[in-house]
Design a protein around this ligand. Structure first.
Ligand SMILES: Cc1ncc(COP(=O)(O)O)c(C=O)c1O
Length: 792
């Protein structure tokens, strides 16, 4: 039993050694020399004969319930059954085959249980000063993690009955000891720690994994190898084994070794890393470790100091060698530092709360900005006061202090931030295999088949890359190779990527530059804007707008180019989320194809249910038969890097057989990305996100249209599915874009915890994740209402 287990009941069994010897001879057919071992509540002897050590005889305290002894024996049996390489002492049966036997003391007449446990070879850590090092702390963490891993599947009716004074779960009963300590700093700290335990630590502990734990791997109960003091040889003494949080295990180990350490959490860091390697911890468990460690130290400090002052006889059993000192040190270090170091060590992201619990774990904003600029250069970020986002879930993002922001901006995590099904799929595939398309992995082909299953026959082949830009770049390369043309058609203001080729297809990136710097092989088409364009509301708008393609093709020809492609983002995200007139897309597609070019439906923004149809271009009225390439990115793996080009097998064959026999992307189509993509499709189906996109998107637009009745700044509300365009105007009649007010509105919205993005001057693009429900819509509309009021 531990050197600090239940002191309330220390009366050890009373036996003459001669009686023990004869009982052992009778029960186990064993004779030899008996050496007494340290034990407070029980009696224990090492039995040795001419063949060497034969085992340890243990006689339990008379008050020990039979069920508890049975629990201890069965726990060890279970551990050895589950992980036979673990070194824990099994019981050696009596000649009658029993794990223990009842005996009666000749001296006291009391009945006790006797058992013989196998001898474990090694050096006890407390006698091995060299063992007190990081490697040993890590290794004891590993061993106890392994032991706990086996015990997670163990049940025993007495698991909850092994109560003792040191049980974290019963810390509040120690409050009655507080008046026994002199007033002062220590008593105040102990009082506040127990108060915190009542309000926070104990309820939070119940949410961690609770199971049978050993919770006594202190330096008296661990043996290390004779040859290498960092290697664990045996874990002894299952006397404190009980149902508790697994954190109780970690802090009891770590507490023992904090003595003499300048850094109070050095052993804790190592133990936690070792433990986590064998029995992974959750972020929630890690974040509680500081409180639990402090509680454990406070309990030790309180019990020992109370006894010293109020029960000197009891106090002699334990000394406050370092508990109080460590408690103060740990407290001084503070939760932020400890949690940050633990998270760092275990490769968890920085502390990331999902509620503002008043703790400021990252108020070093200026330092963060400076650090980032130093190492990333002065790159663009959102908002004057950049947000330090540390976690996201569903439709919400959380900054380092736990403030929740409704995310109406991010178009990538379309199935909700960190969707559990998708994150699990990523982790599971990463655990099994992450490799490239040079191997015959099932998942790549399965994913490609599933992605294309509802497309027309000619769109049947996938090429996997890593981003939307790469997908578009490759589609253009293929189109150029097959058509022999070099020209390109895009809409004014469009954005299609950041590679050399796709930058050319992205006027948004160069249209502000002098004309001489515009790419000569690209021609821009006028945007088919039905609110503010030259043919807005015109009955022939489709024909008039699409006629610009004829002009563009001629303009290309005048510079010696024929169109290889027309690239279309049918979501019109960079164009103020406009809705083109019916048949516009088909008409420009026809004109391009007639001129020998290919049509690329860039689904990076529009795809996967964003616009209320699985494929955005189909909902936007572009006939799939007129589409030669579909390109995908952003939401296709809900944020995991993946880009896809879909084309016909015939075109693929021609391209590979022609100019690109070695077509390959190292990471394109890696198995983890495909698993993520597959899980995205699961989620869309299971959660019926395409339908939801329509329903919730309609609610959002309806809410905004209602606001338009009282806020004249709103000129137009448009869009489909979960893609909403909002045009702000200073004058409704003239439809004058309210560019400045749009910027202000974005700032007002973030003050109300809503992230929103702008498109063209005067227009907002609202692209929430498809998992939004009524709560999010109401929050958004309310924030918009309040923000618009501020703009007058
Ligand atoms: C329509 C469209 N296509 C392509 C891209 C480029 O995708 P990525 O940033 O993944 O390269 C974007 C990015 O915003 C986009 O909006």
């Amino acid at each position: 039993m531990t050197n600090h287990s239940s002191l309330a009941n220390r009366n050890p069994p009373q036996f003459e050694l001669s009686q023990i010897k004869s009982l052992v001879r009778e029960l186990y057919d064993l004779e030899g020399n008996f050496t007494a071992l340290n034990s407070e509540r029980d009696l224990a002897w090492l039995v040795r004969n001419e063949e060497g050590p034969q085992g340890v005889i243990k006689i339990s305290n008379a008050q020990e319930p039979e069920g508890i002894v049975d629990l201890q024996i069965k726990a060890v049996e279970h551990i050895l059954e589950q992980d036979p390489a673990l070194v824990v002492p099994p019981v050696i049966a009596t000649r009658q085959g029993k794990a223990y036997e009842w005996i009666t003391s000749d001296l006291s007449g009391d009945r006790h249980m006797i058992r013989l446990m196998a001898f474990m070879d090694g050096r006890v850590v407390e006698d091995t000063p060299e063992a007190y090092c990081d490697e040993y702390y890590y290794n004891i963490g590993v061993t106890m993690g392994r032991i706990n891993a086996t015990l997670q599947s163990f049940y025993h009716p007495y698991a909850g009955s092994n109560k003792h004074l040191w049980d974290l779960g019963h810390c509040l009963q120690l409050r009655e000891m507080l008046p026994g300590l002199p007033e002062g700093e220590l008593r105040d700290l102990l009082t506040s720690t127990l108060d915190k335990a009542e309000q926070h630590t104990l309820p939070a502990l119940k949410k961690t994994r609770c199971q049978l734990v050993h919770q006594d791997a202190n330096d008296a109960n661990v043996m290390v190898s004779h040859d290498d003091p960092t290697q664990i040889a045996a874990i002894l003494d299952f006397g404190d084994v009980a149902f508790n949080s697994i954190l109780a295990e970690i802090v009891t180990i770590s507490e023992t070794y904090a003595e003499g350490e300048e850094d109070p959490i050095r052993p804790l860091l190592q133990v936690a890393q070792g433990y986590d390697s064998a029995y992974p911890l959750t972020g929630q468990e890690v974040d509680l470790l500081f409180d639990v460690m402090r509680l454990r130290l406070a309990m030790a400090s309180l019990i020992i100091n109370f006894r010293k002052l109020n029960d000197p006889e009891a106090g002699t059993h334990l000394e406050d060698r370092f508990f109080t000192k460590m408690l103060f040190k740990l407290n001084e270090m503070g939760q932020e530092t400890v949690t940050r170091r633990l998270r760092d060590a275990l490769r968890f992201p920085v502390y990331s709360p999902i509620e503002n619990d008043g703790r400021q774990f990252s108020d070093h904003q200026d330092e963060l900005v400076r650090h980032r600029e130093q190492h990333l250069g002065k790159i663009w970020h959102f908002y004057d006061q950049p947000l330090n986002i540390t976690r996201a879930q569903g439709g919400w993002m959380y900054s380092a202090d736990g403030t929740a922001y409704l995310d109406a901006y991010n178009n990538v995590p379309q199935m909700g931030h960190c969707h559990p099904h998708i994150t699990k799929a990523i982790a599971r595939q990463a655990e099994a295999l992450n490799t490239n398309t040079r191997y015959m992995c099932d998942i790549v082909a399965d994913y490609a088949a599933r992605l294309t299953k509802d497309l027309p026959d000619h769109l049947n082949t996938c090429i996997f890359v890593n981003s939307g830009s790469e997908a578009n770049d490759l589609a253009v390369q293929i189109a150029q190779s097959l058509s022999g043309h070099k020209g390109g058609l895009v809409l004014d203001n469009a954005y299609h990527g950041c590679t050399e080729l796709t930058t050319k297809y992205s006027p948004e990136s160069w249209q502000h530059l002098p004309e001489a710097l515009h790419p000569t092989q690209i021609e821009r088409l006028i945007e088919p804007d039905m609110y503010n364009g030259p043919y807005a509301d015109h009955p022939e708008a489709a024909e008039l707008y699409s006629a610009d393609a004829d002009r563009a093709i001629d303009a290309l020809a005048s510079r010696g180019f024929k169109p290889a492609t027309l690239m279309l983002d049918t979501a019109m995200c960079a164009h103020g989320v406009i809705t083109p007139p019916d048949s516009y897309f088909d008409r420009v597609a026809d004109k391009t194809r007639a001129a020998g070019g290919y049509v690329i439906a860039d689904e990076v923004q529009a795809g996967l249910g964003r616009m209320g149809t699985f494929w955005g271009f189909m909902g936007a009225g572009l006939n799939p038969e007129k589409v030669d390439f579909i390109t995908m990115g952003k939401p296709v793996a809900n944020g995991h890097p993946l880009g896809v080009v879909i084309l016909s097998s015939e075109m693929m064959k021609q391209f590979i057989g022609g100019t690109h026999p070695l077509l390959f992307s190292t990471f394109g189509g890696n198995t983890v990305a495909c698993a993520a993509g597959m899980a995205v499709l699961d989620v869309i189906e299971r959660e019926q996100l395409v339908q939801k996109s329509n329903d919730v998107g309609d609610q959002l637009r309806a809410g905004l249209r209602e606001l338009a009745e009282k806020h004249s700044l709103i000129g137009d509300v448009r869009g489909r599915g979960m893609l909403v365009g909002l045009e702000l105007v200073t004058c409704r009649q003239k439809r004058t874009p309210a560019a400045e007010e749009t910027e202000q509105l974005i700032k007002e919205m973030i003050k109300r915890n809503v992230m929103i993005g702008k498109s063209l001057p005067g227009t907002l693009k609202i692209r929430p994740s498809l998992v939004w429900g009524k709560e999010e819509v109401d929050f958004f509309i309310n924030a918009m209402d309040e923000s618009l009021k501020m703009l007058g």
